[in-house]
Design a protein around this ligand. Sequence first.
Ligand SMILES: [Zn+2]
Length: 89
Amino acid sequence: MQSFPCPFCGPRPEPEFLFVTEMGKTRPEPAAEVSAPVWAAYLHDVKNIKGEVAEVWQHLPCGQLYLMRRDTTTMAVLGVQSFRKGGAA
Ligand SMILES: [Zn+2]
């Protein structure tokens, strides 16, 4: 079983984590004028890039969201970073 690092809890088993989204998505605006297909694409479409990616993940036991960079071809985790100001790594 693969292990992912949580910046707050350390290495934990992969089933404890939830993929949230890819980094770099831009919310369509103004929200009141966005069509349903455009909104659905924003929420659900992912590029599914082969290689190095930056993604938002959540560690479910602690509930924290953070940035994880990983390589989708090797499954190697390249780094994690908290979104908290002055928080953990
Ligand atoms: Zn955690």
